[in-house]
Design a protein around this ligand. Sequence first.
Ligand code: NAD
Length: 482
Amino acid sequence: MTVREYGLWINGGWLKTARTIERTSPAHGAPLARFAEGGEGEVGAAVAAARAAFDNRSIWSGIPGSERAKAITRWLELIVRDTDRLATIEAEEVGKPIRFAKGETEWAIELGRYAAALAYQIPGDLVNNIGDANLGLVSREPRGVIGMITPWNFPLVTLFQKLPFALAAGCTVVIKPSELTAGTTLEVAALAREAGIPDGVINVVTGSGRTVGEALTGHPGVDMISFTGSTVVGKRIAQRCAEQMKRVGLELGGKAANIVFADADIDSAIDGIAFGYILNQGEECVQGTRLLIEESIADDFIRQLVERSRKIRIGLPDDEQADVGALIHEQHMEKVLGYIRTGVEQGAKLEIGGERLTDNGLGKGYFVAPTIFSGVTPEMTIFREEIFGPVLAVTTFKTAEEAIRFANDTNYGLGNGVWTKDIDKAIQVSRELKSGTVYVNTFLETSVQMPFGGFKESGLGRENGMDGLLEFTEVKSTFIKL
Ligand code: NAD
């Protein structure tokens, strides 16, 4: 297997660094990639390139939205051409099954297509009732240079919830992807040049959060930080950005609950809950990590869910049939196994799973069996903390009020699910749930048109939809004396 070598991508070219970061496969331990390790100086060079590209209005920020849309579309055509290659890189670096990596690459393209279309219709207003001698224009201007910091779980999708929207708005960007999974970000940045997107519009500096991330959030030439990652790092970024009144967009952690009422369609609820807790090995911000089940159907439902979980196929990234892959690294696997031990110690009942998997060629990777706990109470750690692994905590409830109280009993507020055939009840419960997304009789749906983001400590601002584009604009009111 050849090891992919990458430099930093600055001003339309590769830049080597003295130090590098090695990425080995979380699924079988083989070396995969060597990323350049940037520092403050390289962040400075990348921001300077992005600033120069932004300030030269004739190449990107000041050209018609339709021209930016065409350039983004040409770029997406190259990503379509290279889908298999990009998906393979993503599957290998994250450790996820290839069919999911393919689907996610296609989803990133879909986000890009939608954002390109929005470039034609960035809204503005003419205000003509402020007196005969005045005319008002409300316009939206691109925010400027955007620093984007992304996580390792969905490298392309988390990037594409930001990048094409910022480009459509007329911004230029410096991206700091996760140091574990930077391959696809660097690849698409290079494809942008092939598509004719001007040099300096997209720059990528790889390296650690402590050096590159901090340099980016502290750089006065960056107008906004758009971040996806943990709530702990999100808070740190918000504090640093406040010093310079930098704009921030924060997509952070979650602890979603699925509330299943006795009158739900049980088969589809089982499907949704099983999919919701194992997708991406549970390394998913809207993972359905808590199941709140009405007491009268709990025993039977858990039995069926355990049966379904036995059929989940765990495999290497190139296993076309696999449902679940490897966790991102050994330390993270140990953390997930630690949460499982804590669940047992605090008195939850382990229904299935709970262990590392090493048979059938998985011995060199970080695989954890799909795990279900019943008898979980709101005081328990596995009910409260984001585990980020294939672990489901099941709690029973007696009334809708109790279910709502349990669901909202968390600092997070990204997503929740409600399962019932009674549409009135579904709507009433949805209204009470404190989360940016609510799924009714389905789970983990996504649409490019629907805004996505968190209440409470799950974030600030929205991605996707027109809201996602407007995040990358500033509003200007112009009064014209007639
Ligand atoms: P993380 O917060 O550890 O890292 C995210 C990124 O921030 C990485 O690129 C990292 O290098 C960088 N970083 C770390 N410290 C930094 C600092 N001090 N300054 C600037 N940048 C810094 O998160 P992770 O482990 O990569 O990803 C998992 C987390 O991401 C989970 O909490 C998950 O819920 C969240 N997530 C949220 C969404 C969403 O849309 N809400 C989507 C995916 C993942």
